[in-house]
Design a protein around this ligand. Structure first.
Ligand SMILES: [Zn+2]
Length: 525
């Protein structure tokens, strides 16, 4: 048994040096007759944030996945549909439904098991509990423990054993430890070491007669490799990276599919009926495309969420350039999306200055050139803040901008970072907070900045009226647009795109950071 395992591992690591989609592992021992093998098919998805197709309908879509699943199940009756986590958040739909729309979709396509992704905790543990109660499938969570009970969170199972034609297959779930800090699981949920947990799970599953062990994980690839090295798992069905990855470590292959069901992984475990151990593995990655018909039984979900899906799919315009909507970028420096939003605010409200805090700009992705839909706009500005116009003196405007850059060197992603229009400034983040702006000018007809002059600012009510992200200084401003009559931020930006039809915003250097420029020069030397 030990020798056989080593032989399999060698074969595996050799096989995986090829970047292929299909692989068969031939153990060195004599081939078993085919009738002694039990085939168990694992269908894999991970990081699925919307059930509708993506990329303008060309890829993904859970209705198509259901069609594929039914076809595969006809050929291979021992089929399990697995989700390696991240589905409840983030998405535009989840702003309204908090992930319930995804649970509906998973129930409709007959998901068997899911592991928690880090994003499952984004709305807090209570909301996740509700989603779990709505789930017709089982959640597996060996290392996500409720401190009060010592058991997996929310009644999830640490593992499950399924029997197919007399062979037992064990599955267990593992989630990123960093979920503790990157999401909102609350103080009562702890995340145990994936490696140690995996070791315990394998011992437990083997002792219960399951010689074939599947780890359903939502970990980084390096952690998956560690799990494969420290525990005798046969295959890792993983997620989190959002790109197609096939690796191997410790003799176990590790699979991760593209996000949003662009591909369906089909992993066939050929298990010996005599020993119950995996003899070989075949796999392929099936692109989920518009060539695959929707399963009709999914129509009920499309009807239930039809109104919002139709609204989100509306074409607003096009971008001919990549739109930088990644959080870290918009919270540390000028971005083309920040410029476009601030410009739109200023133009729509007829103000001297446009201003938005980087933390109000979401999406957290690079949006590729092409068609822009309502979904894109709402993913960038999901909060439905109002765009108000206030009047302040120049000194207050300067203070607000100083506040905006006061944490740029100190925090990794300070939400207060100002994206601006109508004004240009240079700052040095190595200077004391409050006196970092070394140069400030207006971009209008009169570029001279005057601390005593009155300026109007178009900005969101979150920072202008609620003092959000610490912008209390703006509260002293005179409100020129009543909040209830002010337009929504997403509507303002949407209208600006509709008006221009084709946008190509570019960073024009309205915000300059001196210390970074210095650093880059030094790095280059
Ligand atoms: Zn994740």
């Amino acid at each position: 048994m030990r020798l056989h395992r080593v032989a399999t591992r060698t074969a595996l690591s050799l096989g995986l040096t090829l970047s292929l989609i299909f692989l068969s592992i031939i153990p060195l021992q004599a081939q078993q007759p085919a009738d002694c093998l039990v085939r168990v098919t694992l269908l894999q998805l991970n990081d699925v944030y919307q059930f509708a197709p993506v990329e303008l309908g060309t890829r993904g879509g859970l209705a198509r996945v259901l069609t594929l699943k039914n076809e595969i199940q006809k050929e291979s009756p021992n089929t399990l549909l697995l989700l390696s986590g991240d589905t409840i958040s983030p998405s535009v739909e989840s702003i309204t439904y908090k992930g319930a729309q995804m649970i509906d979709a998973w129930n409709a396509i007959g998901l068997d098991y899911s592991v928690f992704g880090n994003h499952e905790f984004d709305f807090g543990p209570d909301e996740l509990l509700k989603r779990m109660q709505e789930s017709k499938f089982k959640w597996l969570a060996a290392n996500v423990i409720d401190k009060k009970t010592g058991r997996p969170f929310g009644g999830a199972e640490p593992f499950v054993i399924r029997e197919f034609d007399g062979v037992k297959v064990g599955l267990f779930g593992l989630t990123l430890e960093e979920t503790k800090t990157t999401s909102r699981p609350g103080p009562d949920v702890e995340f145990l070491s994936p490696c140690e947990t995996a070791r315990k799970m394998v011992t437990e599953l083997h002792s219960r007669g399951a010689k074939t062990v599947v780890a359903l994980t939502h970990l980084s690839m390096s952690e998956d490799k560690e799990v494969a090295r420290c525990a005798e798992v046969d295959v890792i069905i993983g997620g989190h990276e959002h790109t197609l990855l096939e690796s191997s470590s410790g003799g176990a292959p590790i699979f991760k599919m593209n996000a949003d069901a662009r591909d369906l992984g089909e992993i066939n475990l050929n298990i010996s009926k005599t020993t119950g151990a995996v003899e070989s593995i075949d796999w392929k990655v099936i692109p989920v495309t518009s060539a695959i018909k929707d399963d009709v039984s999914f129509a009920a979900i499309n009807r239930k969420y039809g109104a919002i899906m139709k609204e989100l799919a509306q074409v607003v315009g096009r971008t001919t350039v990549e739109l930088e909507a990644r959080s870290a970028a918009g919270r540390t420096g000028e971005t083309n999306v920040g410029d476009f939003i601030a410009d739109s605010f200023r133009a729509a409200m007829g103000a001297d200055v446009g201003l938005i805090n980087g933390g109000s700009i979401r999406a957290d992705e690079l949006i590729r050139p092409g068609v822009l839909t309502s979904r894109n706009v709402l993913s960038i500005l999901p909060f439905k803040n109002r765009v108000v116009k206030i009047e302040v003196d120049g000194a207050t405007l300067r203070q607000a901008l100083e506040h905006g850059v006061a944490r740029t060197a100190e925090d990794a992603e300070p939400g207060r970072f100002p994206q601006v229009s109508g004004v240009r400034f240079t700052f040095d983040a190595t200077r004391p907070a409050g006196s970092r702006i070394v140069d400030l000018a207006m971009t209008g007809r009169n570029p001279v900045f005057d601390p005593n002059k009155k300026y109007t600012i178009a900005t969101n009510d979150y920072i202008a009226l609620d003092g959000g992200d610490g912008y209390a200084v703006l509260k002293s401003g005179r409100l020129l647009t009543p909040r209830e009559r002010a337009p929504f931020d997403s509507d303002v930006v949407r209208a600006a795109i509709v008006k221009q039809k084709r946008i190509a915003p570019r960073v024009d250097g309205r915000i300059k950071r001196l210390d970074l420029a210095r650093k880059q020069t030094t790095d280059c030397n």
